[in-house]
Design a binder for this molecule. Structure first.
Ligand code: FE2
Length: 340
């Protein structure tokens, strides 16, 4: 059953022709999870997760993104609508969460389980955190201190290191909005819908209990897949905060100008120029370093400088539009080079 749900996820994540996403089946019946009561499991899976799937399918249809993989939808979350960001994350995060929960897991210690897997995960945990208990404490802390709704994560970073982080709402470390980037191999849902019926406001009690059904052999499998996954390289290439900073100001000035509203651009042309300078002098992700990128960044800076000069001279809208279109084209050229 578990391998079947994994197959569904992989198909929905990798198939470019996928038209819609579907709710994966759980490996156990709702009443089998012990530390999480049956009603919570039922509502969480059949209402909340199903809701994310439904809304995601609606959003990809409305936004003509049906051919994008789930990973693609999440990777470029900052460029997507709220509906895509929330529901792609909601679907991915919960699918991972269900796979990790196994009330019939092997009844030996988690250390023993990890040591018997064909994985270097246990060694990496000890190297990075000192012990499995230390890691659990770190994850519990990340989960307990996540304000409001969100997730705590153990991720494999692009440098193939382990890291603990947390994210708000349904965001996750695959997304370009995440501070710590990487492939999640363990996620703990800290939305109230995950525990409120049994634990009410006692998030800490839920976090202590969850470990008894969390299957580390699955985490080890996830680790083995993650360290070989080309997605790590993509994430490294995408992680360029200065590019995102530039894009934000560009989007907020270029799009109104396209619709004949030049006020935001006239007010913020110097800010856009400053962001272009910052981008040019920022640390370029190693896999992106190329003469083409450097050339495009130099051009972008010059174009933004020229645009700002025109605005200062109170040039006509027609002239300003021509300049911002050039900036926009160069930005997309850079983005294209990033995705190569
Ligand atoms: Fe949830």
């Amino acid at each position: 059953m578990k391998s079947l749900s994994l197959l569904f996820l992989l198909l929905s994540m990798s198939c470019a022709q996928a038209q819609s996403f579907s709710l994966p089946a759980l490996s156990h019946s709702y009443d089998a999870y012990g530390v999480i009561d049956s009603k919570t499991m039922e509502i969480h899976h059949s209402k909340h997760h199903q809701g994310y799937v439904k809304k995601l399918n609606k959003a990809i249809k409305e936004e003509a993104l049906e051919k994008k993989s789930l990973v693609d939808l999440m990777l470029y979350a900052s460029y997507r609508s709220k509906a895509i960001r929330n529901n792609s994350g909601g679907h991915y995060n919960h699918t991972l969460f269900w796979e990790l929960l196994n009330p019939s897991k092997v009844k030996s210690t988690d250390e023993q389980v990890l040591k018997t897997t064909k994985s270097k995960l246990y060694t990496e945990i000890v190297n990075e955190f000192g012990s499995l208990e230390e890691l659990k404490m770190k994850l519990n802390k990340a989960a307990a201190t996540r304000f409001g709704s969100g997730w705590a994560w153990l991720v494999v970073t692009p440098q193939k290191k382990l890291a603990v982080t947390s994210s708000p709402n349904q965001d996750n470390p695959i997304m370009d909005v995440s501070e710590v980037r990487g492939i999640p191999i363990l996620g703990i849902d800290v939305w109230e819908h995950a525990y409120y019926l049994k634990y009410q406001n006692k998030r800490g009690d839920y976090l202590s209990a969850i470990w008894s059904i969390l299957d580390w052999s699955v985490v080890a499998e996830k680790y083995n897949s993650a360290i070989k996954d080309p997605l790590l390289l993509t994430i490294e290439k995408e992680h360029w905060p200065s590019l995102m900073g530039f894009h934000k100001v560009l989007a907020q000035t270029f799009h109104p100008a396209e619709k004949n509203d030049f006020e935001p651009l006239r007010k913020r042309s110097s800010e856009l120029f400053a962001k272009a300078i910052l981008l040019k002098t920022s640390e370029i992700p190693v896999p992106l370093m190329s003469p083409e990128i450097l050339g495009a960044l130099t051009r972008l800076e010059k174009q933004c400088g020229s645009l700002d000069k025109c605005v200062r001279k109170n040039a006509k809208n027609k002239t300003i539009l021509k300049k911002i279109v050039m900036v926009h084209d160069t930005f997309h050229e850079i983005q294209g080079l990033c995705h190569n």
